[in-house]
Design a protein around this ligand. Structure first.
Ligand SMILES: Cc1cc2nc3c(=O)[nH]c(=O)nc-3n(C[C@H](O)[C@H](O)[C@H](O)COP(=O)(O)OP(=O)(O)OC[C@H]3O[C@@H](n4cnc5c(N)ncnc54)[C@H](O)[C@@H]3O)c2cc1C
Length: 361
């Protein structure tokens, strides 16, 4: 069976890797750019699985499955690809602000649910927080939730390693090749036409255009996110305890976790919705400034750090329906869609890949 995958962000690459382990499949991946250039290339790679409020149903199962799968994937991918994947095994620390104090009881409840599900979640008071993370200004913080099993990773290195591993299992990648259209058994690309047995659309924002001509348009809209790279020059707080820190929807992420000592941090990201026609607006400098100021208020040392880079990317968000979309395209038994992962594509890539494999075999 010949399967075409359209799009090689983290989702398409994860699907290619997962399917590459199924005997008897011929797989070709198309991307108009090199891998991990679109939304994936802008992502912070924070994997908020256990600390999410989802406790049941598909949304929880996919998070749980992805967190567990990454533990297996990362060492395998590093061995096959020879790449070191920055993978922060020190968990995620969520700072609780006064706005969230009213939700305090929910965190205790969630910790109890997670314990029953076999996962650990700790609710900390400010004394414990200050002891663990002396870099934090706890004036505006009422406590924290520590999730030791959640992770953060470098989405670009991960995607490149997935491509390497899939390639070593025989997958063919066509970069710089745009898919202009397809029918049930043919793909039309900028490099010619090929016949296939199944098509998987994992083209992120491009999914709208590639499905439009089939009269089953998948409406994916861009939600812009901006982020900042800070060079501090040394670790903030305890060099031996460098979790990804999050508060008021702002992440402070140590760079190169598990590979190099923390000296640099990513901070982000803004959430900027498109206009009513679905077109992205220019990046809002005030919103980026407010993300920066929020990070500095949590961690005052960042004020003296050097900003080496700012960047932005577009998150693929399904219009009018929950993210992500993983299904057969209505009316087409051999076209599968895995797209619209919005804010959690890196987190959900492994579970998406497994779901697609289960739909195919
Ligand atoms: C600033 C920012 C921070 C984020 N932080 C996180 C985070 O911490 N954790 C998390 O889980 N997620 C995060 N995300 C979200 C995450 O980046 C996305 O959900 C994820 O990258 C989506 O992956 P994808 O493979 O579906 O899409 P993409 O990475 O956008 O890949 C789609 C690919 O399809 C290709 N393509 C499109 N059309 C065609 C065509 N016609 N022919 C050939 N190829 C085509 C594109 O070139 C592209 O390479 C963040 C996003 C942003 C912008």
């Amino acid at each position: 069976m010949h399967i075409a995958i359209i799009g090689c962000g983290v989702v398409g690459a994860a699907i290619a890797y997962e399917l590459s382990q199924v005997p008897g499949l011929k797989i070709t991946v198309f991307d108009l750019k090199p891998p991990a250039q679109a939304s994936t290339g802008a992502a912070l790679g924070v994997l908020m699985g256990i600390i999410s409020h989802k406790t049941k149903g598909k949304a929880w199962r996919m998070r749980e499955q992805s967190i567990a799968t990454y533990e297996q994937w990362i060492p395998k991918l590093e061995a096959v690809s020879g790449r070191k994947i920055p993978f922060n095994r020190q968990g995620i620390l969520m700072l609780l602000t006064p706005e969230e104090i009213s939700k305090g009881a929910q965190w205790e409840n969630l910790a109890a649910i997670r314990a029953k599900q076999g996962w650990q979640l700790e609710v900390w008071d400010t004394a414990k927080l200050q002891q663990a993370c002396p870099q934090l200004n706890t004036e505006q913080i009422t406590g924290a939730v520590y999730s030791p099993c959640d992770r953060q990773l470098d989405p670009t290195t991960l995607t490149l390693a997935l491509v390497d591993a899939a390639m070593s299992n025989g997958v063919s990648f066509k970069f710089g090749v745009e898919v202009n259209g397809f029918s049930s058994h043919n793909i039309e690309t900028s490099a010619g036409k090929i016949s296939v047995d199944k098509v998987i659309v994992s083209a992120g924002l491009g999914s709208t255009r590639v499905t439009a001509h089939l009269n089953q348009k998948i409406d994916i809209r861009p939600v812009l996110g901006q982020a900042i790279h800070f060079h501090v020059g040394h670790a903030l707080g305890n060099p031996d305890f460098q979790p990804a820190i999050t508060g008021n929807d702002v992440h402070i992420v140590p760079c190169g976790a598990g590979i190099v000592p923390a000296t640099d941090y990513w901070v982000g990201a803004t959430v900027e919705f498109p206009n009513t026609e679905g077109y992205s607006l220019p990046p809002d400098t005030e919103l980026l400034e407010s993300v920066k100021q929020q990070a500095i208020s949590f961690c005052p040392e960042l004020k003296n750090a050097t900003i080496t880079r700012t960047w932005s990317g577009l998150r693929p968000r399904p219009e009018g329906r929950p993210a992500p979309i993983i299904e057969k395209l209505p009316g087409y038994s051999n076209i599968l869609v895995a797209t619209g992962h919005y804010r959690n594509g890196v987190l959900l890539a492994p579970a998406t890949a497994v779901t697609i494999r289960e739909m195919i075999i």
